[in-house]
Design a protein around this ligand. Structure first.
Ligand SMILES: [Zn+2]
Length: 95
């Protein structure tokens, strides 16, 4: 088997590249709202953020997440769903 290159995505928070499978995908779907996409298969404009609260804070605060998705992100969008999408489930999302 040939080793496949790991797909990388840039985090909207820390701007560093990480393996796509380690990232949380946020997608701006057809219903005009942004939501976390645990499957990575939802159609729409997507952005990637590390499953770390620092990155979510930075992505929201800098507005880069909203800019990438071309929509505004409501805090509860990812607060309610990032728990299930995040491998760091023991971490509490920022208040
Ligand atoms: Zn990050």
């Amino acid at each position: 088997m040939k080793p496949r290159p790991v797909p990388l995505r840039t985090c909207a928070g820390c701007r560093q590249q990480h393996a796509k499978r380690d990232m949380v995908r946020v997608v701006h779907g057809l219903d005009e709202s942004a939501k976390v996409d645990p499957t990575g298969k939802v159609n729409g404009r997507g952005a990637y953020v590390c499953p770390r609260r620092e990155c979510w804070s930075a992505a929201l605060k800098s507005g880069s997440l909203g800019r990438v998705l071309k929509t505004s992100i409501r805090k509860q969008t990812w607060q309610s769903s990032s728990g299930s999408a995040s491998p760091c489930q023991s971490r509490r999302p920022p208040a």
